[in-house]
Ligand binder design. Structure first.
Ligand SMILES: [Fe+2]
Length: 314
């Protein structure tokens, strides 16, 4: 595990989240890929106001509709309270639509037991650690995510009600193949493995490690890591990504992960095109309440980035 520090902005006495300058927040995110805001007293409305100054198109989190905060604007949801490990991933990277650029995680209740950290993995460093041939293959071919989703899952993932609506929705996404088996859908979505970060650097930022059918890595195989037997991951040429490559990726994750221990009110902001996030179990069941939002940058921030980084096209 890496011990590199996370850029931290600590609240001055009485300082509110609303007082923070958005431009300098974006600037810090471009440089470091993540920011920790600590010591602010953050209510749901503060959280939604702050995130809405940075982003204007928020991600519907299909897998946790039931966790959407009923008092918010519909885009704030709690992360799962179940106690499990989840490998690092870029949010929404497996779907045939542009993933969110920013992730926001705000700790409402830090865990009383040990553990429960959020794992933060820098995709720029990750990419540099990949063997050249593997990096080239991911760069050139991307990843195919295969999954079988029940009706509730595909309806919420794509915000549709019927098979016909799904067909209409996906007709403009040839990189996403699907077929219905009864009410379930088998989906194969072809997506990039690497992205250009907000700071303009190439990064390994994808959902591969959170989309595995099983975990066979010797360090993790008995440790309750999320996997799903009907999931599959392939290189873009259709060849299944072999176990030894998956385990090599897990090793890199483990070597460079920053494991963030939560203090109530912490707010982490991540460049989702650079930093992948995951979670570690707590030792024993205990409350761990974290609210989250995922959004795409407001146009004015996008303009400010592209005007200073002509190589970035989004
Ligand atoms: Fe996530």
């Amino acid at each position: 595990m890496s011990s590199a520090p996370i850029i931290q902005i600590t609240a001055d006495k009485g300082q509110r989240l609303a007082d923070l300058d958005t431009g300098s927040t974006i600037q810090r995110l471009r440089q470091a890929g993540l920011i920790l805001l600590r010591g602010f007293n953050i209510k749901l409305a503060d959280f939604e106001e702050f995130t809405s100054r940075l982003c204007d198109r928020f991600h519907d989190v299909g897998t946790r509709q039931s966790l959407v905060n009923p008092d918010g604007d519909g885009y704030t949801s709690e992360v799962h309270r179940k106690n499990f490990n989840l490998f690092a991933h870029s949010e929404g990277a497996y779907l045939p639509r542009p993933p969110p650029e920013l992730c926001f995680f705000n700790c409402v209740q830090s865990p009383h037991n040990k553990g429960g950290e959020t794992m933060l993995v820098d995709g720029v460093e990750f990419l540099q650690r990949l063997p050249a041939s593997l990096r080239e293959r991911f760069d050139q071919q991307g990843i195919i995510y295969q999954a079988i989703w029940d009706e509730q899952r595909w309806q919420s993932e794509f915000s549709v009600d019927s098979q016909q609506e799904l067909h209409t929705h996906l007709i403009d996404h040839p990189q996403c193949e699907y077929r219905f088996v009864g009410s379930e859908v088998q989906i194969r979505s072809h997506a990039v493995a690497t992205r250009t970060s907000l700071g303009g650097s190439p990064a390994f930022a994808n959902g591969l490690l959170a989309h595995l059918p099983q975990i066979s890595h010797p360090r993790w195989q008995d440790l309750n890591v999320y996997s799903k037997p009907s999931n599959r991951v392939f290189f873009g040429d259709g060849k299944e990504i072999p176990q030894n490559v998956v385990n090599q990726l897990i090793d890199i994750q483990d070597e460079i992960a920053l494991n963030h221990s939560w203090i109530t009110n912490d707010l982490l902001v991540l460049d989702n095109t650079r930093f992948m996030h995951g979670r570690l179990m707590t030792e024993g069941e205990c409350e761990r309440v974290i609210r989250s939002r995922f959004g795409r940058l407001r146009q004015e921030h996008r303009n400010s980035i592209t005007s200073t980084s002509p190589s970035i096209s989004r």
